[in-house]
Design a protein around this ligand. Structure first.
Ligand code: CMC
Length: 428
């Protein structure tokens, strides 16, 4: 006989409870029924870094890390990368279905309508130091956008959520390209609304004296695919930051700035920058075996390898590896691609990486494409943040409308001193 329940016996007291199992989970709060006395708070679940805790129900993104499967709203990432566009995928992620032609045209128009930023934003960015990191500029400027849209605080209003979603998605490339050009001392280029989402981004990045920027279709498509691959990844560190900060109901610009800050770290979206620096440091194929030995000592990590969820080849890395070939055919082979391929080969045949199921992740090859396209490494996390804004907003909207969600507030196991008498300074 099988029952969809879990029976737990507390050996401290002999108390037994039966917990319903729903969707492969039990409710953590049920354990609070297990107490050693009436005053006891009840048993808690200890899960640092949430390695085995589902914090929400979500129907946006599905990942099977053991099999290397990633799907947005049920559509396999391989099919979207092959047949969709970023702007269509953004619609899918936010609204749950592929748009009709009319829906897609309207969505495209709406996003295009919001690409411009207030002139004061440009002046605000002028204030950054000449060598400011573009990701720091982006994080601060996204937060600053809230000052231009005070109505955004009204997050319970579905219409406001809709408007701010479009504004955020549309303005991220503008802010990103302003940060890029500011770092280089180039004049800012305003949006060209005749171009596609990515074509316009390329124009704002690279247009110089020409009257109209003409995006190279291979590069436009490669960037579009990279944007599709980075659009969402369920409850990762930055999505969790978006939900957690958003749960106290600030405006979405502030929550997006928090998510972008989480993305910036070298263990998350900052990894592609670190991969490039690591490949440059290794420098040649012949030095790969020595470098791999170094990564096994635990002092440094092989950047772009390993993942909390994927214990198999990250499906995004496989797609990017194929596109790297196309882009490098156009822009010229990068000597670092050889180093990366050798690094992957040596690491994947090494027992240390095999036993720990460490495979290349999305960041391992993306940096090589970005570098081939002429991006400086410091802009890499910014290129991740633009498409991921779609995922953050989808997660935020789902959280706001989920009746089960409340302000995010974990518990702790307190390990410090208690009720210590205060000692005046002259007696310490
Ligand atoms: N190089 C060498 N050893 C590693 C690596 C690595 N890249 N990643 C994990 N390990 C080892 C780790 O030392 C540990 O070994 P041991 O069991 O002997 O202590 C074991 O593998 C398990 O690692 P973990 O730290 O418990 O794994 P995690 O799930 O907490 O970390 C990770 C996941 C992505 C933070 C980690 O694999 C890492 O730091 N990778 C390098 C940074 C990177 O590429 N990040 C991008 C992630 S994908 C893009 C994104 O989502 O932003």
């Amino acid at each position: 006989m099988t029952a969809n329940t879990l029976t737990v016996t507390d050996n401290r007291t002999g108390q037994t409870i039966e917990l319903p199992i729903t969707d492969g989970t039990v409710r953590a709060n049920e354990f609070r029924k297990l107490k050693t006395s009436a005053e006891d708070f009840g048993l808690m679940i200890y899960d640092p870094a949430f390695t085995n805790t589902a914090s929400c129900r979500s129907d946006i993104t599905f990942i099977d890390g053991d099999r290397g499967i990633l799907e947005y709203r049920g559509y396999p990432i391989e099919q979207l990368a092959e047949q969709s566009t970023f702007i269509e995928t953004a619609f899918l992620i936010l609204y749950g279905h592929l748009p009709t032609k009319a829906e897609l045209d309207r969505w495209n128009d709406e996003i295009t309508n919001h690409t411009f930023v207030h002139e004061n934003i440009r002046k605000f960015m002028e204030g950054f130091r000449y060598d400011a990191h573009p990701m720091s500029m982006l994080i601060s400027t996204v937060a600053a956008l809230a000052t231009f849209y005070p109505e955004a605080l009204n997050v319970e209003d579905a219409g406001i959520r809709e408007l701010e979603t479009k504004r955020l998605i549309a303005k991220m490339p503008t802010l990103a390209s302003f940060a890029f050009r500011k770092a280089r001392g180039f004049p800012y280029v305003y949006p060209d609304n005749d171009l596609s989402f990515v074509g316009n981004f390329m124009s704002m990045l690279w247009k110089m004296g020409e009257l109209k920027y003409d995006p190279d279709p291979v590069i436009e498509r490669a960037l579009d695919v990279l944007f599709i691959l980075h659009a969402d990844h369920e409850q990762n560190c930055s999505a969790n930051a978006m939900r957690s900060v958003g749960s106290s109901r600030p405006d979405p610009y502030s929550a997006t700035a928090a998510a972008a800050a989480a993305l910036y770290g070298p263990l998350h979206g900052g990894a592609n920058e670190q991969v490039l620096l690591m490949l440059q440091e290794i420098g040649s194929k012949s030095r790969v075996p020595e470098a791999v030995e170094g990564f096994k000592t635990g002092k440094r990590r092989l950047m772009g390898f390993g993942h909390r969820v994927y214990k198999n080849y990250d499906p995004r890395a496989a797609i990017i590896k194929r596109h790297a070939d196309e882009v490098l055919n156009l822009t010229g082979i990068s000597p670092l691609l050889e180093v990366a391929l050798e690094l992957e080969h040596v690491a994947l045949s090494d027992p240390y990486f095999k036993e720990r199921q460490l495979y290349p992740n999305v960041d391992f090859y993306s940096g090589l494409i970005y570098q081939a396209l002429g991006f400086p490494t410091s802009i890499f996390p910014v290129l991740f943040a633009i498409p991921r804004t779609v995922g953050w907003l989808a997660q935020w909207r789902e959280m706001i409308t989920d009746p089960e969600q409340k302000i995010a507030r974990p518990r702790q196991v307190y390990t410090g001193a208690r009720t210590v008498p205060y000692v005046p300074i002259d007696q310490r």
